[in-house]
Design a binder for this molecule. Structure first.
Ligand code: NAD
Ligand code: HSO
Ligand code: ZN
Length: 427
């Protein structure tokens, strides 16, 4: 791994650079696929499924027979594990429900805020290099709690035109309306514009590779919203001599194995700890089935030595990691001081994998520094906050003159008239 000692502030940008492609790199491809899917619907989706996934598919919709067969293919142990994870995710997300906010701002002026579910949503479930059925729990469970009506799922087919049975099983378990065997940019295009088979949705959720992430970002130009840019996984660990090198190495590798474009970083105030983790990473890497992928990600990764906790915290907030593990003598310092991170894991017995699967928190999180301005998926992601107001005679008499004055000052006579007419009737 790349070791860096005491980088100065002016070097942070270069040291913390991500390996992922951006909108500029992929925009032309996305625009071309979007235009074709918009014009030709399913036929364009089929063309790109053949091109990128290597399969000619006549029908992209998973059938009820396929879903029933999937249930039989999943072991009882795996079903129990999925149910345990679902229960915890449900508990954590149901607890995020909020009460109606109601205030009488002035006597006779009642204002309130209530939430309503987004009616039609699209879920992207990654499946290029691993079938991430756990992501269905992270998206469809809160969608059901919020009350979303139509849940349209897209996930890439394999070379036989199939999707992993655990994806079909989990989608069915969580009340997904339709499962489409479509991946990549063409899936995001189908959800954005709608095709003969795929309904157009109002908001698209879910993580994916660089192509999916850029496609989601560009979809927002076409009257659809997205949860956030949730691209290639990343992890930053801050740890010192109080941590166990083998645990830290296992956490780093857990995110490195997602893809060659993932990035993992260890920040420490101990040079010898960095050395020990480096050795542990080498040891564990050799036994991993996805060694080649993890190795590639490790090439993008860094071991960074800094002099003290204050500098470490500044650097971490500048990076804004998707996942942040804290394993130091002073965990509270980092827990209190972290401002930019998708999800935080504290202490030796809190591996990042816990949040990926079963602790209850959501694993769909902002990457590429977007933790500075976006939250990870949560219950509110599936709702809109609407405001309501009801004003009595007393209320309009009270605030009406101020509205008239302000409308007049903005030169908007019709706005003023809407109040003046009512005030005249009441005088
Ligand atoms: N941030 C998060 O919350 C989060 C959560 C889970 C996973 N992830 C990330 O999701 C990603 C999953 O990636 P994946 O590739 O395994 O699956 P994926 O489903 O995201 O992407 C596969 C699709 O990419 C398309 N594609 C592949 N090469 C292409 C090319 N050259 N041009 C155009 N399109 C192409 C294909 O259509 C294919 O169906 C990983 O990077 C992982 O780290 C992120
Ligand atoms: N670590 C991923 C989010 O970046 C989520 C995931 C799903 N399965 C395993 N991991
Ligand atoms: Zn993961």
């Amino acid at each position: 791994m790349n070791k860096i000692y005491n980088p100065s502030r002016s070097e942070w940008d270069a040291v913390l650079k991500r390996p992922t492609k951006t909108v500029d790199d992929i925009e032309d491809t996305v625009n071309q696929i979007f235009a074709e899917v918009k014009a030709k619907g399913d036929a364009a989706v089929a063309k790109y499924t053949d091109m990128f996934d290597g399969i000619k598919l006549e029908n992209t919709l998973a059938t009820s027979e396929e879903i029933a067969a999937a249930e039989a293919e999943i072991s009882e142990e795996l079903k129990s594990a999925i149910l345990l994870a679902k229960k915890n995710i449900e508990k954590f997300h149901a607890a995020q429900k909020t009460e109606k906010v109601e205030v009488e701002t002035t006597s006779g002026v009642k204002c309130w805020q209530e939430k309503r579910p987004i009616q039609k949503i699209g879920l992207y479930i990654p499946g290029g290099s691993a079938p991430l059925f756990s992501t269905i729990l992270m998206l469809a469970v809160p969608a059901a709690i919020a009350g979303c009506k139509e849940i349209i799922l897209c996930t890439p087919p394999n070379k036989e035109g199939k999707v992993h049975p655990a994806i079909l099983y989990t989608a069915n378990l969580c009340g997904v309306t339709k499962v489409n065997k479509i991946g990549g940019i063409q899936a995001i295009a189908a959800l954005t514009f709608g095709t003969e088979t795929v309904p157009k949705v109002y908001k698209i959720f879910g993580p994916g590779n660089q192509f999916v992430t850029v496609a989601k970002q560009l979809a927002t130009r076409h009257n659809v919203s997205i949860d956030m840019p949730a691209g290639p996984s990343e992890l930053l660990v801050v740890a010192d001599d109080s941590a166990k090198p083998a645990y830290v190495a296992s956490d780093l590798l857990s995110q490195a194995e997602h893809g060659g474009d993932s990035q993992v970083i260890l920040v420490s105030t101990s040079k010898s700890f960095l050395d020990e983790v480096e050795v542990a990473v080498e040891d564990q890497l050799s036994a991993l089935p996805r060694k080649a992928i993890a190795e590639k990600a490790i090439e993008n990764s860094k071991l960074i030595y800094v002099e003290n906790n204050e500098v470490a915290l500044g650097l971490i907030n500048e990076y804004g990691p998707e996942h942040f593990i804290i394993s130091t003598e002073n965990n509270e310092f980092y827990t209190k001081g972290i401002i930019n991170a998708g999800s935080v894991f504290i202490g030796s017995y809190t591996p990042e994998s816990a949040g990926d699967y079963a602790s209850g928190t959501n694993h769909t999180l902002p990457t590429n520094g977007y933790a500075k301005q976006y939250s990870g998926v949560n219950l509110d992601s599936f709702m809109k906050s609407m405001t309501f107001q009801q004003i009595s005679e007393e209320g309009i008499k009270s605030i009406g003159p101020a509205i008239e004055l302000m409308a007049d000052a903005e030169g908007l006579q019709a706005h003023k008239n809407a109040v003046t007419l009512r005030l005249k009737d009441l005088s």
